[in-house]
Ligand binder design. Structure first.
Ligand SMILES: Cc1cc2nc3c(=O)[nH]c(=O)nc-3n(C[C@H](O)[C@H](O)[C@H](O)COP(=O)(O)OP(=O)(O)OC[C@H]3O[C@@H](n4cnc5c(N)ncnc54)[C@H](O)[C@@H]3O)c2cc1C
Length: 306
């Protein structure tokens, strides 16, 4: 099946890109790596008369780190660029883990983290850790720029808070807070490079010898990536042990709303959500410097790390 006809623009500035989107009256699409967009155009799932290529805009291709404000990721930064960034490797290893388990080398060499977010897929692998890290999205339109917490961005499968004339220009990830650990875990649907049947991003903060705040974010088990608030509350102030983490895993799973589909049944997703949450919490707690009594070693956490 061939691609439908469309006009292609490669602007050099953000302003030009925003003007092109606004001028098209909802019939234009930002084009980053195209790994999602082009197959969807080809199959007719998405229609666009105009594609606005973001890769020639230098500001969108930059990754920056500042100890006070954290990590800034331009919207045209490829998944492979993130993996190559020494700042990301050193300070945001759970992001490295999530991105390195996204798709294949070929897709990571084309696809962007912004495209992964804007796609609005409930199973996007970069999203749970970004939510656990309380990242913000800088969205630009002719009305100016707004900063949106990433947790408010997802509205339903393939639906986001983006207006048709809005462009995601940057992702802001706060600096790593002290005494915290983050972790990512993924159950791919079939082979290691597959889209997730379940994925998890967690954060554990150490407060003395106990867990302070915790965040648990699950993907592919609901219409949007979701927080397991009851499970998070169960961890706050708790001394961590294997039995508690089993309970927290089950609690988190009970907060999911999975469906049966080609990749996995709802029941399997729920069972595996409990397992991945427990394993990711062990890794995050270890990274935060918290001992977990009677837990399997962190290395046992399939796909879970930071
Ligand atoms: C074989 C294969 C395997 C895959 N495996 C995985 C996987 O394991 N995990 C996973 O999470 N994903 C996977 N994907 C999905 C995809 O590769 C990723 O989501 C990728 O990060 C998308 O980035 P992109 O730059 O290619 O986005 P594009 O295809 O360019 O864009 C995706 C959507 O976002 C919009 N968009 C892009 N950038 C912006 C912006 N700055 N502002 C506003 N809207 C924007 C586009 O208009 C489009 O609607 C896979 C895809 C393929 C083809």
């Amino acid at each position: 099946m061939s691609l439908p006809h469309f006009e292609y623009f490669a602007p050099r500035t953000i302003e030009e890109a925003v003007a092109l989107l606004a001028g098209a009256g909802g019939r234009a699409r930002p084009f980053a790596g195209g790994t999602d967009l082009l197959p969807r155009l080809q199959s007719g799932l998405v229609r666009a008369e105009t594609l606005v290529d973001l890769k020639r805009i230098p500001e969108l291709c930059a990754i920056g780190f500042d100890p006070a404000s954290g990590l800034t990721i331009g919207a045209a930064v490829r998944l492979a660029d993130l993996l190559d960034s020494p700042d990301v490797q050193r300070r945001y290893p759970a992001m490295t883990d999530a991105v390195s388990q996204t798709a294949t080398v070929q897709i990571r060499n084309m696809g962007t983290i912004a495209g992964n977010v804007c796609n609005g897929s409930p199973c996007a692998d970069s999203v749970p850790v970004l939510i656990a890290r309380l990242a913000h999205l800088a969205l630009m339109s002719p009305r100016g720029e707004r900063l949106l917490p990433i947790g408010d961005f997802f509205k339903g499968p393939g639906e986001t808070a983006l207006e048709p004339d809005e462009l995601l220009v940057r992702i802001h990830v706060p600096p790593p807070p002290p005494y915290t650990g983050f972790a990512f875990a993924k159950l791919p649907a079939r082979t290691a490079s597959d889209i997730s049947a379940v994925n998890v991003g967690v954060m554990v903060a150490r407060q003395g010898g106990v867990c302070g705040e915790a965040r648990i974010v699950l993907g592919a088990v609901g219409p949007v990536p979701l927080r397991a608030h009851q499970a998070e509350l169960r961890l706050a102030g708790a001394t961590l042990g294997a039995r508690l983490l089993e309970e927290v895993g089950r609690l988190a799973a009970s907060e999911t709303r999975p469906i049966d589909d080609l990749r996995a049944s709802a029941a399997y997703r729920r069972d595996m959500a409990a397992v991945l949450v427990r394993r990711a919490l062990v890794v995050a707690a270890t990274r935060a410097g918290l001992a977990v009594a009677d837990a399997a070693p962190a290395g046992d956490a399939t796909g879970a790390s930071e």
